[in-house]
Design a protein around this ligand. Structure first.
Ligand SMILES: [Zn+2]
Length: 620
């Protein structure tokens, strides 16, 4: 394929065709009459001519062979895919009488009998075509129903071909339904629709349904090559490939494009890829690969040099961004499906250079590029200056290439080596700040066995003391969980207890209203068993500290806020508009979702003049 640009851009030549421009003065418009319309000339006349619809053809052939042909057919698929062509072939299959006039319904109509010829020429009185898009009313349906009462004039069956059947009104469908339920034996319906979901299921259920497929690119390429050869038109393989791709699965659309390409060539010269690209407004594929390669490598300068030259040549920037998006999709597929590298559906440039690029780029980078380009398509299409919007988009892509992936970000945030880059003290394990906490602080924190990193400090501090240290609600909850004694009590300790005062032998709290009445007694019993000491457990009317569960909620809310405010996270959110932080995890939090190295909230040592334990009111 010819490259789009020479290294030195040529002086502007207003008459020269450009790869980016559409064809402003397409000769096809002036000379179309000189060419046969290929889509009509090569319209399939038999099932054998239908390409890319093998499944439907096989089913129809079986139906005719077994003489089990339905009364109604529903053909569905995108426009230009061959629905009415198929309907007309079926009409001939139903009515062909063979060259000798004695044949019955057949999957291979002869094409020479009176019925075949009349249907081919669109003048058979018993094959009635109507477009529901223009006739939607109940009167039109009645007209059809009326017509079904008369026997066919020439043919075996009256065939009603109703295109865009989904356009019929509800009443028209209802009127039609009665006939579909008990169709006269000589009547066949062939419906076609682009929007199957709009057809009532009552109608659908009475039809034999066929989904016409988009014809694969390789099949289109082969078909167009055959036709070009029969027309004695030389055509470059790359040009065929572009036409097949632009046809988007429709033989008819592809043939219309081939018509135009043939009309535009110089006399008897070949149809070139350059000319077809210009006609289709396509950028050279090599250029698109160059561009994506640069931005994925974070190389802004060469990328912008390409857009400069594209602009000088009148590039269609929205198309260019769509091509980049398409290439990103192709690269992702090449990465996930290695077998594609041998697929004839891929142009050579993408098979070779695309595969190499797919090998170099990681899946996260491709996923990011896809997201950014997908948004970019709309941005560039609606921007007042599409070229500027394209430049900004490419810069954003190139900048993203330098950013760490989300997975790397998390590693940076949690790795103490990169503390400078991610200054989030709470997320850094306490062990890295071992010099900071004093011995007494370590005891007060009383993280117990929760933090492995801090365990030696705790053991050293508590070793001389035989009594288990229960200096916080969390200590008690941890001890209770470790004892596996009473899971219900543990749950209530976490969710229903507002600690008011805690001292050796004294536990004062305000319960949540829905806490069980036995909570204080159960707690007292556990504390006694666990410490070997007698404890006074008192219910207070003071508000006390938040429950452990509330503290955990507050902690994670704070972490969420800190994460949202972090500069790297802000950069990510800016790069991916619409993105949200769903979950923030802090691996340094303990089993209760609380920081292990901070003094526990709600810890209040009883003052010296506190009421002696034995004077506290006992609870039942
Ligand atoms: Zn025939």
């Amino acid at each position: 394929m010819a490259g789009l640009f020479d290294d030195d851009p040529p002086p502007p030549d207003p008459t020269a065709p450009s790869l980016f421009e559409g064809a402003p003065d397409a000769p096809a418009k002036h000379h179309a009459a000189a060419y046969r319309v290929l889509a009509r000339a090569y319209r399939p006349l038999t099932f054998a001519d239908l390409i890319g619809q093998e499944a439907m053809v096989r089913t129809l052939r079986n139906a005719f062979a077994l003489n089990r042909v339905a009364h109604a057919f529903m053909l569905t698929g995108v426009r230009g895919i061959g629905k009415t062509t198929t309907a007309r072939i079926i009409a001939r299959c139903l009515n062909c009488i063979g060259p000798d006039g004695a044949g019955g319904p057949t999957a291979d109509p002869c094409g020479v009998c009176a019925n075949c010829r009349a249907i081919l020429a669109d003048r058979h009185p018993d094959v009635i075509e109507m477009d529901a898009a223009s006739r939607t009313g109940v009167d039109d349906a009645r007209e059809i129903i009326e017509a079904t009462r008369f026997r066919p004039m020439q043919a075996r069956a009256k065939v009603f071909i109703i295109d865009e059947v989904h356009m019929l009104s509800k009443n028209a469908f209802n009127a039609l339904l009665k006939t579909l339920e008990e169709p006269p034996p000589h009547v066949k319906f062939i419906f076609a629709t682009t929007e199957l979901r709009k057809v009532p299921v009552t109608v659908l259920s009475r039809c034999m349904r066929f989904d016409l497929r988009r014809v694969p690119i390789a099949d289109l390429t082969t078909r167009f090559a055959e036709i070009a050869e029969r027309e004695s038109v030389p055509i470059e393989p790359a040009a065929l490939d572009m036409l097949a791709r632009a046809a988007d699965g429709s033989v008819r659309d592809g043939l219309s494009l081939l018509d135009q390409a043939i009309a535009q060539r110089d006399d008897a010269g070949p149809v070139t890829a350059t000319a077809v690209a210009a006609m289709l407004g396509l950028a050279d594929r090599t250029l698109i690969i160059d561009l994506l390669e640069h931005v994925l490598a974070g190389a802004i300068e060469p990328a912008l040099a390409i857009t400069d030259r594209a602009h000088a040549h009148g590039a269609d920037f929205p198309q260019l961004v769509e091509d980049l998006l398409g290439l990103t999709h192709t690269l992702t597929r090449l990465k996930t499906i290695p077998g594609l590298r041998a697929s004839p559906d891929l142009p050579e440039a993408e098979r070779v250079r695309g595969a190499a690029l797919a090998d170099r780029v990681g899946m996260p980078e491709l996923a990011r590029a896809w997201q950014v380009l997908l948004k970019g398509v709309t941005e560039v299409a609606t921007a007042p200056d599409p070229r500027a919007a394209t430049d900004m988009l490419l810069i954003r892509l190139a900048y993203l290439a330098d950013l760490p992936s989300p997975a790397d970000l998390v590693r940076n945030l949690t790795n103490p080596e990169s503390q400078a880059a991610a200054p989030s003290p709470s997320a850094v394990p306490a062990a890295t700040r071992a010099d900071a906490p004093s011995r007494s602080r370590a005891i007060a924190a009383g993280g117990g066995a929760i933090s492995a990193a801090r365990q030696p400090v705790i053991q050293q501090a508590t070793a001389p003391d035989p009594t288990p240290r229960l200096t916080s609600l969390r200590d008690i909850a941890t001890a209770l969980a470790a004892s596996r004694a009473n899971p219900h009590l543990h749950a209530h300790l976490v969710h229903s207890v507002h600690l008011v005062r805690l001292a050796p032998g004294l536990f004062e709290f305000r319960p949540e209203p829905d806490a069980p009445r036995s909570l204080a007694a159960d707690l007292g019993a556990f504390l006694h068993t666990h410490t070997g000491q007698r404890w006074t457990v008192a219910i207070s009317t003071e508000p006390g500290a938040p429950t452990l569960a509330q503290q955990a909620d507050a902690t994670i809310t704070a972490r969420h806020a800190a994460a949202t405010d972090h500069h790297l996270v802000r950069a990510i959110l800016a790069a991916f508009p619409g993105a949200t932080i769903t979950t923030v995890e802090d691996k340094s939090l303990d089993a209760y979702g609380l920081p292990t190295d901070a003094p526990p909230d709600g810890l209040v040592f009883a003052p010296d003049d506190a009421m002696p334990a034995d004077e506290m009111p006992e609870l039942d």
